[in-house]
Design a protein around this ligand. Structure first.
Ligand SMILES: *[C@@H]1O[C@H](CO)[C@@H](O)[C@H](O)[C@H]1NC(C)=O
Ligand SMILES: *[C@@H]1O[C@H](CO)[C@@H](O)[C@H](O)[C@H]1NC(C)=O
Ligand SMILES: *[C@@H]1O[C@H](CO)[C@@H](O)[C@H](O)[C@H]1NC(C)=O
Ligand SMILES: *[C@@H]1O[C@H](CO)[C@@H](O)[C@H](O)[C@H]1NC(C)=O
Ligand SMILES: *[C@@H]1O[C@H](CO)[C@@H](O)[C@H](O)[C@H]1NC(C)=O
Ligand SMILES: *[C@@H]1O[C@H](CO)[C@@H](O)[C@H](O)[C@H]1NC(C)=O
Length: 562
């Protein structure tokens, strides 16, 4: 049933050939049968030349709105606060501009949101009711948490809770836990983790691993540590070059994993990125295997070189894959088509990984990178031929360097924004001005040509319109051209909090299919089993996609809960 074969569906091939005035069906070249790079390039669209705020942080919410925000301490933005509202910043300057906004995907419009305290380089996660929990920042914001509860009118605003965090959280990362809490990990000079909501009384837990992985002389290389919740309930935590399996309930390292090979550092400011590859349930009724992937970064000393000497060394061109559920996990290294630092890694509904944004030289930090990498690449984890796993896609024209972002939308597009490698907004800086635009990247699966193969979800039939653990439920969908031999999957994707190349709590679960029925000529019903445990899929809102012949439907939101 798995859609392992990404080759161009024969239907599409037939249509392409026949639609071409100059080609005849009989002159078909069999090489065409593979989905080759020219076909996978995708398309770029500019949504707004300016949204007034540079998109440093992004989170998609369950009502198809995206919260976008920057920092507060860099002077005015290009978006005014409504009703001539102004706010006094800590140094007594009056600021009448917004540093956050709510973007509505369907109407392509946005409205400003007000923040009082500084959210610079902060972290976040979504709770099991769909409320965005933003944590930390800088200065007056470093121990603040903030909530944004989605609403269907224009009434919702940020709520701020000063002093709500135990420790300062600047460059920390969050992971949603099986019980619905979040674990907030690390940050600059914060060698601890804490929970949200916190214990009573508020507590933070020392973690020697965070101190041990800090490089000296300002390089650090362990900020925004990567963390992924594993199916057995432990956390995979990666910082610098080291990784561990961590039992957060007992504050105990379960296992030290091997060092990732090569001299490259992988965390901020040598910013690489990481994903937990899709968790696939396959009918063995056990927990799924889990594999993590880490890509890009920068060599030891790279930050010093760019920050002090203005020499931008080449970024890391390698990725490592580690099957963490193996008894003796081993890194398997692969080479990317180009070096990358500060790239985002997003899971696509097809189960492939998209690398987008970033630069080829230098590191994260003010003015610390050059040579933007305009081309996203797709990585196909299940492609057996290693030479064909990476595909270079169509380049954007906008450099997306330090402080750029990207998130998957429910319609399969990628929302891309930000880039501001300067301490303030600078629209005349050369060659990388502050960027306030918003773009959409459309992967190849959105080509109109493949629309006959695209399922269109009609309904999700489950008790109480939520999905509980191990529950059998069904999804009905319409489809014009049915090619069951090309695979059909139902996937759940948790929308990540994206900043600094980290997609926090990003997760994809391919649930087990137990039945497929044709209801009428164009309608079908697929029956699946919900995720087995809250360690496989923590409670919360997920985008549910039906993926047929490697072409995903638009998603519908489902709430996974006990
Ligand atoms: C005060 O902070 C604002 C940003 O919030 C900045 O633009 C301004 O230059 C600062 N003023 C002083 C005197 O530091
Ligand atoms: C932002 O506002 C400034 C000052 O009004 C203006 O010069 C600049 O062009 C604007 N930038 C963008 C990208 O809209
Ligand atoms: C199913 O998953 C289990 C556990 O992850 C694995 O051991 C097994 O090989 C998988 N079987 C297939 C057919 O993929
Ligand atoms: C970074 O620079 C400092 C001071 O210039 C120097 O002492 C240190 O060795 C450098 N670190 C690296 C990793 O190159
Ligand atoms: C990028 O790095 C490569 C390899 O170190 C170097 O040859 C090249 O000059 C660098 N490019 C820039 C623009 O600094
Ligand atoms: C913008 O950047 C340029 C260098 O590219 C610099 O000369 C200028 O002073 C900067 N402007 C501001 C307002 O910082």
């Amino acid at each position: 049933m798995a859609s392992k074969n990404p080759s161009l569906p024969s239907y599409l091939l037939f249509m392409m050939t026949c639609w071409s005035l100059f080609a005849v069906c009989s002159s078909l070249d069999v090489n065409f049968l593979t989905l080759s790079p020219p076909w996978m390039g995708g398309q770029w669209f500019l949504l707004h030349s300016s949204i007034g705020v540079s998109a440093m942080h992004m989170q998609l919410l369950k009502n198809n709105k995206v919260v976008i925000f920057d920092r507060m301490d860099m002077g005015p933005s290009n978006l005014s606060l409504p009703r001539n509202y102004c706010i006094q910043r800590p140094n007594k300057t009056l600021d009448c501009t917004a540093h956050s906004l709510l973007y509505d995907v369907a109407s392509n419009t946005f409205r400003p949101l007000l923040f009082k305290t500084d959210t610079w380089c902060s972290s976040g996660s979504v709770d099991s009711d769909g409320t965005l929990i933003q944590t930390g920042g800088f200065n007056d914001g470093e121990r603040v948490f903030r909530k944004f509860t989605p609403c269907d009118d224009n009434a919702c605003e940020w709520e701020e809770f000063p002093g709500g965090l135990k420790d300062r959280r600047w460059y920390a990362s969050n992971q949603v836990l099986p019980d619905g809490r979040a674990l907030i990990l690390g940050g600059r000079q914060a060698y601890t983790y804490e929970f949200f909501p916190n214990d009573r009384p508020p507590t933070s837990y020392y973690m020697r691993f965070l101190r041990k992985t800090t490089d000296r002389y300002g390089d650090e290389n362990n900020l925004y540590p990567f963390q992924h919740l594993l199916p057995d309930g432990n956390l995979f935590i990666f910082a610098n070059r080291r990784s561990i399996l961590f039992d957060y309930k007992r504050n105990r390292i379960v296992k030290e994993l091997p060092l990732i090979p090569g001299a490259f550092k992988r965390n901020y400011p040598s910013t690489g990125s990481s994903v937990l590859l899709p968790l696939r349930l396959n009918g063995t009724h056990g927990l799924p295997e889990a594999e993590v992937m880490v890509c890009g970064g920068a060599p030891c000393g790279a930050f010093n070189m760019s920050d002090k000497n203005r020499v931008f060394v080449s970024a890391a061109n390698t990725c490592g894959r580690l099957r963490v559920t193996d008894p003796q996990p081993r890194w398997v290294m692969e080479e990317m088509p180009m070096p990358r630092v500060m790239s985002d890694m997003l899971l696509l509904p097809t189960g492939d990984v998209l690398l987008i944004n970033g630069a080829m030289n230098g590191t994260a930090g003010w003015e610390d990178a050059t040579n933007p990498v305009y081309s996203p690449v797709i990585y196909r984890p299940n492609e057996p031929d290693p030479e064909r796993r990476f595909v270079v896609l169509k380049p954007s024209r906008i450099p997306r360097m330090y402080h750029s972002t990207a998130v998957l939308l429910p319609d399969g597009r990628i929302l891309v924004g930000g880039s501001n490698p300067h301490t303030r907004y600078n629209f005349t800086a050369k060659p990388f001005p502050t960027d306030l635009s918003l773009e959409a990247y459309h992967p190849y699966y959105l080509y109109p040509l493949v629309s006959p193969l695209r399922p269109s979800i009609l309904s999700v039939e489950s008790l109480g319109s939520t999905v509980s653990y191990g529950q059998v439920f069904s999804v009905t969908f319409a489809l014009r051209v049915f090619r069951p031999e090309r695979g059909i999957d139902v996937s759940l994707i948790a929308p990540p909090f994206n900043t600094h190349s980290s997609s926090m709590s990003q997760r994809m679960v391919v649930v087990e299919v137990v039945g497929l029925e044709q209801l009428s000529f164009f309608t079908f019903k697929i029956t699946v089993i919900g995720p087995p445990t809250d360690t496989v899929a923590p409670p919360g809102y997920y985008m549910l996609f039906v993926v047929h012949a490697a072409i995903p439907s638009h998603a519908v939101w489902v709430k996974v809960q006990h």
